[in-house]
Write a protein that binds this ligand. Structure first.
Ligand code: GLV
Ligand code: GLV
Length: 355
């Protein structure tokens, strides 16, 4: 008989469906209208026979779902996301369910969104747009929406893995910023890039860019003008940015988060934004999605977008394809690069993206 594969959401493109149906899988896509499925909704989807599930980062994949999937004969689960803080991998392993994620295909798209937020914050794009639409523009003025020049400033990256490194490179190459980064691993390729680019600029009679690997995260917070957060969310990075750490940042710094909301103590951030009108933030993720902490929406020095960092057509189709391949690979026993038996290969932030 056919393998039953369930996707908790409709996903972009059709390639992912074809890949599965070509290999004797029957694909069932949940038609439930509500945005976030509960554990009970997903239990009903799994039913009493299910070989694999493609799920979403909004879902709580723990003991209850993995034991149910196991009882239904399932062996494979793939998150359609690179982050998997919503997945209890230990529970999955306990029930013999392999877990996959979708790294690589979203690296550049996510970095481009972090860069977009950086520019939007630096040049006050959203405030200025609202001003125009409100009919408030009555003529050019020397003081109107003055922002920050990035050239020659320092970009700080916390977590220089695939996404953090791609973002750093965009900001350095695009805007000739200097780099300071903090990561447990040395970002060798990124360092080499900055050195080579600095030499290129110098040879052209321009100010060279420089890099520094910080000994502590605090060094990045103190020295950088634009800081982007790219860690994995776990116990060690929960509320990484808190009142104390906000207080050591420059008064006119820009903070970007396109990783996971709980990396920032959002209530503390709201207070900081209120007290420091020149401090600006660009947020793609929030502590209690889909909600924002009280006061955040009223802050003009915040640019907020609804968790869209990986939302390019190419990337979303790629994520769906990869998620399908993860599940298919496990069901069929294929050795595929995104080893669906474990998420371990992707725990190394410096592992290269797939060719
Ligand atoms: C999105 O947030 C992802 O982790 O892919
Ligand atoms: C993982 O989060 C990455 O940087 O790709």
């Amino acid at each position: 008989g056919k393998h039953r594969v369930v996707s908790t959401k409709s996903m972009p493109g059709t390639r992912w469906i074809r890949l599965l149906t070509d290999q004797d899988c029957r694909v069932e896509i949940c038609t439930e209208k509500k945005t976030i499925l509960s554990v009970d909704d997903i239990l009903a989807l799994i039913g009493d026979r299910c070989d694999g599930v493609i799920g979403q980062l909004t879902e709580d994949w723990g003991e209850v779902l993995f034991s149910a999937l196991r009882r239904a004969g399932g062996t494979a689960f793939s998150n359609m996301a690179v982050g998997y803080n919503n997945v209890d991998v230990t529970a999955a392993n306990k029930y013999g369910v392999a877990v996959g994620n979708t790294p690589g295909v979203l690296t550049e798209t996510t970095a481009e969104l972090a860069a977009s937020l950086s520019l939007a914050a630096a040049r006050r794009i959203v405030e200025a747009d609202q001003f125009m639409r409100a009919g408030l523009y009555d003529g050019w003025l020397p003081h109107l929406f003055v922002g920050n020049l990035l050239k020659g400033q320092t970009v700080g990256v916390i977590g220089a893995g695939r996404i953090g490194s791609a973002y750093a490179r965009m900001m350095i190459e695009g805007f000739k910023m200097n780099l300071i980064y903090y990561d447990l691993y040395q970002a060798t390729r990124l360092e080499k890039f900055v050195t080579a680019y600095g030499q290129f600029l110098k040879a052209n009679g321009e100010q060279p860019v420089t890099w520094k690997r910080a000994a502590t995260m605090e060094d990045v917070l103190r020295e950088a003008d634009v800081i982007s957060l790219h860690p994995v969310l776990d116990k060690t990075t929960y509320h990484l940015i808190n009142t104390q750490r906000l207080s050591i940042m420059k008064k006119e710094a820009i903070l970007i988060n396109a990783s996971r909301g709980p990396v920032i103590d959002e209530a503390a951030l709201v207070e900081h934004l209120k007290a420091n009108p020149m401090f600006r933030v660009g947020l793609d993720v929030f502590e209690d999605e889909p909600f924002m902490k009280p006061g955040l929406a009223e802050q003009k020095n915040a640019v907020v977008v609804p968790h869209i960092a990986s939302a390019s057509k190419w990337t979303r189709e790629g994520m769906a394809t990869l998620a399908a391949l993860n599940v298919l690979g496990k069901i069929k026993g294929y050795p595929i690069w995104s080893n669906p038996n474990s998420v371990e290969p992707f725990l190394d932030e410096n592992s290269p993206p797939p060719a």
